[in-house]
Design a protein around this ligand. Structure first.
Ligand SMILES: Nc1ncnc2c1ncn2[C@@H]1O[C@H](COP(=O)(O)OP(=O)(O)OP(=O)(O)O)[C@@H](O)[C@H]1O
Length: 364
């Protein structure tokens, strides 16, 4: 992986495997190019537009921006929009691409005045590089250490002012000093179905798909609050409509297509259902540690936590508690199982963590 890397696919599981280059190209083509085209996230859009207008008015580069939220909600898109709105180039790198402080120093020293540096998965940056980031962000300076041991000297390297746009799925994983160096922090929320319908209408227009209102409603309702998923489902429904029908995407066509692709009525896919099923069937509804749950569904902890859980929590099917993951009665009902007389879903006040992660004491 190069230090400046292309955006990796955060969520390719829907199609059962990595999205190929074509899929990525289509995704790129569907990205909104400016804030006006960006659907939803009203509050964040307003705040960001104020930050950018003010910076433009002062003729300065914008303050550093931190964007957090589950995959596929538009963090990369917003970073691109920040650069476009400021009329400056965008450079892209990511936490995992930076293994050593030197990697980061190389990137920072190649940044020009005003550039926007998009730093994806910033919470995964190596510790040694992180400290370099502190002075780079605050003082536009990096201290490059030359030599080793007692003879080592730090040579300060002045940087031109630039804007760092950091993206993370979990703000809580960022060390305080790093978080504090962002002048503006925005959290992206899962989208409402009506907003996803707007995303779909726009995408259908760009892709030349004949999407009817009921088709859009059906797809939006099964997109787990996520524009990336809405756009992917639209493409799969289009495949189905073209191969098995006349290409028009109606509600019936969308339902039939999504059944083929194993996306259920509320948008849960195979992984979501596997997590719920394991929780209800293997662990009696919990509480169970995240790690144990991840092993039970043969997935990485991060995938369960960052990809499956946010929507399961939002749908009221799963709760994160300090003692572990717990199924709500609705989970059994959704899986078509009888709700046990006593479910573990009796969470003391204040222990229910609906949107953030309470890493359970048991660790899992
Ligand atoms: N608000 C929006 N309006 C319209 N389309 C959107 C919006 N947000 C995201 N999209 C679409 O969803 C796709 C995914 O968005 P993006 O890559 O920006 O998400 P992300 O949050 O950076 O995801 P990850 O964390 O996985 O990198 C893009 O192709 C874009 O077209």
């Amino acid at each position: 992986m190069s230090m400046f890397d292309e955006q990796e696919e955060g969520e390719a599981r829907l199609m059962g495997g990595g999205a190929d280059a074509d899929e990525r190209a289509v995704e790129a083509a569907l990205r909104p190019r400016n804030l006006a085209e960006f659907v939803g996230q009203e509050r964040l859009r307003e705040q960001l537009s104020l930050v950018l207008d003010a910076a433009r008015g002062r003729g300065r580069s914008a303050d550093h921006v931190l964007l957090s939220g589950p995959p596929g909600l538009g963090k990369t898109t917003l970073a691109m929009i920040v650069a476009a709105e400021m009329g400056v180039p965008l450079r892209i790198t990511s936490g995992p691409a930076i293994q050593h402080a030197g990697d980061l120093a190389a990137i920072l020293s190649s940044v020009s005045e005003g550039d926007v540096l998009f730093f994806d998965e910033i919470h995964r940056t190596a510790r040694a590089a992180e400290e370099l980031l502190y002075t780079a962000m605050e003082d536009f300076r990096v201290d490059v250490v030359v030599g080793k041991g007692p003879g080592a000297t730090a040579i300060p390297l002045e940087l031109p002012p630039f804007t760092l746009v950091g993206a993370t799925t979990r703000t809580g994983l960022l060390p305080g000093p790093l978080r504090d160096r962002f002048g503006f922090t925005g959290h992206l929320e899962l989208y409402e179905p009506q907003e996803l319908e707007q995303v779909l209408v726009r995408s259908a227009g760009l892709l030349g798909v004949d999407l009817r209102a009921d088709g859009g409603r059906e797809i939006a309702g099964r997109s787990r609050g996520t524009p990336r998923i809405a756009n992917r489902l639209l493409r799969r429904v289009r495949d189905f409509a073209e191969v098995r029908a006349d290409g028009v995407v109606t509600g019936d066509i969308a339902r039939a297509a999504l059944e083929v692709f194993e996306v259920d009525g509320i948008g849960l896919d195979r992984l979501d259902r596997a997590v719920l099923t394991a929780l209800c069937r293997n662990f009696g509804g919990g509480p169970v540690g995240l790690g144990t749950l991840a092993v039970a569904v043969a997935e990485e902890r991060e995938t369960v936590e960052e990809v499956a859980e946010p929507f399961l929590v939002r749908a009221g099917l799963l709760a994160r508690t300090p003692r572990g993951r717990v199924a709500t009665p609705a989970a059994w009902t959704h899986l078509g199982m009888a709700v046990p007389a006593q479910t573990p879903f009796a969470v003391p006040d204040g222990e229910l963590d609906l949107f953030n992660t309470a890493d359970e004491a048991s660790g899992g």
